[in-house]
Design a binder for this molecule. Structure first.
Ligand code: NAD
Length: 369
């Protein structure tokens, strides 16, 4: 982590960042960083990731994205993010635990008064339990195991929000769920739960993909059956009766709803012209590459951006933080996602701007007012 040079290049504006803490543990030889971007609406909320390449600038950008996401979902949270610079796969469990707990000790004075952590890349519910053990406060993080009073993301909160966003989008396109079909790129936590809820509402899922490829079946792919196939054979491509394609082919299939739910920049300058969906609901973060959204806008393809479409996870964090039950958590996601996606689409249409731009304007207004 290039401390001095990076700090000098941090971009400050009327929102933040309010606080940047860089940590170094000479015994374990690793750097960490906590960025609290803005706390005007409430304490800083955002996950802690562990990657080899994470740095202060990346964490600043992610913390700002959290300020916007929390404001847009109208949660009484500010934005923050943490990072631990380490290669998770090269660590033993005990070394990883020592590092996570060392980082937790460094930022403990801020938890949970100004910052509450959560899972992110390579940090899941067990890492959250290590942090609780270290700082001796269950309120320090969300996404904890159920035994610690948590609401883990494994309950499907993010996929549920993606499903609700899709329903609002369908209304916008004047389509009923049973008239619509969907393709889901990346059948993991977010993608599989989006599938389940969409299917229950009557939408037909015609294509799904994972790292091994795409399965396409015009007659539809059933959630329960696919769950068994994936468990038994390791990939969605083995779904009986489905045609197999390369994983990147899913973006070119004719569909009403396309849900990217895997990596970043999957719709980009190379394939954006070939997209044949009527609407894209971003399950994953930054799935649209630079300039892609403007091209989709010109083609009149509706995009519901990640900043609201995948906010189910952080709404679940809020529910956990305020001691709500699982049932209350799902009800809160429904209310917040539906209301705010509707507001966003109306605003984007009224101003004839990208929904992402409308989202940014609404979020900034809420933060700065
Ligand atoms: P996951 O690891 O459970 O699932 C990812 C899926 O993508 C896997 O099925 C994997 O096989 C598949 N995949 C990998 N490379 C692929 C490729 N090239 N083509 C097609 N599929 C591919 O991850 P997740 O938790 O579902 O998260 C997915 C995305 O959503 C990430 O960008 C994450 O940051 C974002 N997100 C997740 C949550 C959450 O609560 N899980 C919340 C907000 C945002």
């Amino acid at each position: 982590m290039k401390t001095k040079k990076e700090l000098l290049s941090v971009h400050y504006d009327e929102i933040g960042p309010e606080l940047i803490i860089q940590t170094y543990d000479p015994d374990l030889n690793f750097h960490g960083v906590l960025v609290i971007d803005n706390t005007k609406r409430g304490l800083g909320k955002g996950g802690i990731r562990m990657t080899e390449t994470v740095n202060t600038n990346e964490v600043c950008r992610l913390a700002r994205a959290m300020s916007y996401k929390n404001a847009l979902a109208d949660l009484p949270f500010g934005g923050a993010k943490g990072g631990i610079a380490a290669h998770p796969r090269s660590l033993t469990k005990s070394r990883k635990k020592a590092m996570v707990q060392s980082f937790a000790r460094s930022i403990a004075p801020y938890m949970p008064k100004r910052y509450v952590g959560a899972p992110d890349m390579n940090m899941a519910e067990s890492e959250m339990a290590w942090i609780v053990e270290e700082v001796k406060n269950r309120k320090a993080v969300t996404g904890k195991p159920l035994r610690l009073g948590g609401l883990p993301h494994e309950l499907g909160s993010t996929g549920y929000g993606v499903f609700l966003s899709s329903l609002v989008g369908l209304e916008h396109l004047k389509l009923l769920p049973h008239q619509a079909c969907a393709s889901i790129a990346g059948w993991g936590n977010v993608g599989s739960f989006a599938h389940k809820f969409l299917e229950e509402s009557g939408v037909k899922i015609v294509a799904v993909s994972d790292s091994q490829g795409t399965a396409y079946r015009e007659k539809g792919i059933e959630y329960e059956k696919l769950l068994k196939v994936k468990k038994k054979k390791g990939s969605v491509i083995h779904y009986p009766g489905a045609k197999k394609f390369k994983h990147e082919d899913i973006y070119e299939i004719i569909t009403d709803i396309l849900i990217p739910a895997a990596g970043p920049d999957v719709i980009n300058s190379a394939n954006v012209r070939k997209v044949k969906a009527r609407m894209i609901v971003e399950g994953a973060n930054i799935s649209l590459g630079f300039g892609a959204e403007e091209k989709l806008f010109k083609k009149k393809i509706l995009v519901i951006p990640d900043i609201i479409a995948n906010a189910g996870g952080v709404i679940s964090s809020y529910a956990e933080h305020t001691g709500k039950s699982q049932k209350q958590m799902f009800a809160l996601i429904e209310k917040k996602i539906t209301t705010n996606v509707e507001k966003l689409l109306i605003e984007a249409k009224r101003k004839n701007i990208l929904p992402r731009e409308a989202a940014r304007l609404i979020a900034r207004k809420r933060i700065l007012s």
